[in-house]
Design a protein around this ligand. Structure first.
Ligand code: SF4
Ligand code: FES
Length: 373
């Protein structure tokens, strides 16, 4: 089914799989095979950006891995700017220096999203798996503010930092962030492998939600704060990607085109590649983009549920990873026939009483990826 009224709004360009950090909750696929494939060249990325403009896309997000690893980043930012896109870069920040940042600004990047792991250095470095990464990120944040580039901060929230949520919020405000995303860990990719060590308890989540809501008042008009109750503790799933194939496209470093950045792990689908097709044809006609578009594919109970136009039956990646059927009702939903999977995970987690302080993470790196494949 292809709905000709839908036009994509946003393109995520995962410029590279390489990254100096190794966060154990990275949403990139755990499969190492794609790391070995040749990354798209500068010319190929420029073609992608031109095709995206033709398709009506308005926003381009550069990410990775770490986009600053790419030597042609300035050229790609300038191309996006000249094509009239709003552009944002999501970065770990450890490779930022003043000269590079000046060039990035001059090339026309509109904003930067900096990922920070925690408000305390030891914990931040432990999570990122990178020595002195905290210190480098703080320097990066100060430079971004000094050069007057709008700064957003993203902090992935999990068991090991959730109790410092107020401290993290004050910390981001002091760094000069205009927007703070407190992103509860989503259990796909590397995070799914590390779920036992990352999933917070129900009590921790409830306390964090109250603190975040107080902070929203405190920083009203100064810093926008985003905090959404994580799927596992919410009765209904989120409208993931605002609907499959509805507004988002991702082009990955090897040219694979995905309806969602985590979709590569859905093994029952074949994803097209920009090297053998064009974005417009992929958006309208590929099986991958049409398979779960709209709500016609949904089984019961979603089929007759009034919320299906709100949440589209939840997340396709989560449905696949927990039930092996990407079309299933997301197990996060209380009405899902698979909801007991989530209940069991939460029970096992909460039965430990205090959340465990186990930090023997499986880090995101090539060695672990190979060992897992
Ligand atoms: Fe959403 Fe389906 Fe649950 Fe209804 S049954 S709330 S549509 S996931
Ligand atoms: Fe892929 Fe939700 S993360 S559809």
């Amino acid at each position: 089914m292809s709905d000709k009224r839908l036009l994509p709004f946003s393109l995520l360009c995962e410029l590279t799989f390489h990254c100096p950090l190794q966060c154990p909750y990275c949403s990139n696929s755990t499969s190492y095979l794609h790391w070995l494939k040749k990354e798209l060249s500068t010319e190929e990325w420029i073609r992608v950006l031109k095709e995206a403009q033709k398709l009506g896309i308005l926003q381009v997000y550069f990410s990775g891995g770490e986009p600053l690893v790419r030597k042609d980043l300035i050229t790609l930012i300038r191309t996006a700017h000249d094509l009239g896109f709003y552009s944002n870069m999501s970065t770990g920040g450890t490779l930022i220096h003043k000269e590079l940042l000046k060039k990035i600004k001059e090339a026309g990047l509109d904003s930067i999203q900096l990922s920070i792991q925690d408000s305390r250095p030891e914990s931040a470095d432990l999570i990122s798996g990178g020595k002195q990464s905290f210190e480098k990120k703080i320097k990066a944040a100060r430079l971004i503010v000094e050069l007057e580039i709008p700064l957003g901060i993203n902090v992935v929230i999990h068991r090991h930092n959730i109790e410092r949520i107020s401290e993290i919020i004050d910390f981001a405000a002091n760094l000069g962030a205009q927007r703070l995303e407190l992103a509860n860990t989503q259990y796909y990719g590397w995070a799914l492998l590390n779920r036992k060590m990352l999933l917070p308890s129900k009590n921790q989540v409830e306390k964090a939600a109250k603190e975040a809501s107080r902070a929203k008042e405190k920083y009203k008009g100064k810093m926008e704060i985003l905090f959404v109750i994580p799927d596992y503790y919410s009765p209904f799933p989120k409208p993931c990607m605002q609907g499959w194939g509805k507004i988002y496209m991702t082009v990955s470093a090897d040219g694979t085109v995905l309806p969602c950045q985590s979709a590569r792990d859905i093994r029952s689908l074949n994803f097209p590649n920009i090297r053998s097709d064009n974005l417009e044809n992929i958006w309208w006609n590929s099986e991958a983009f049409n398979k779960f578009r709209g709500t016609d594919f949904l089984p019961e109970p979603c089929k007759s549920c009034p919320r299906k136009e709100i949440d589209f039956g939840g997340c396709r990646c989560q449905a696949y990873l927990l039930t092996a059927d990407a079309a299933a009702t997301d197990p996060a939903c209380v009405y899902s026939p698979f909801h007991s999977i989530i209940e069991r995970i939460i029970q096992e987690n909460d039965s430990k009483g205090q959340p465990s302080s186990d930090t023997r993470f499986i880090y995101r790196n090539l060695k672990n990826s190979k060992a897992l494949s």
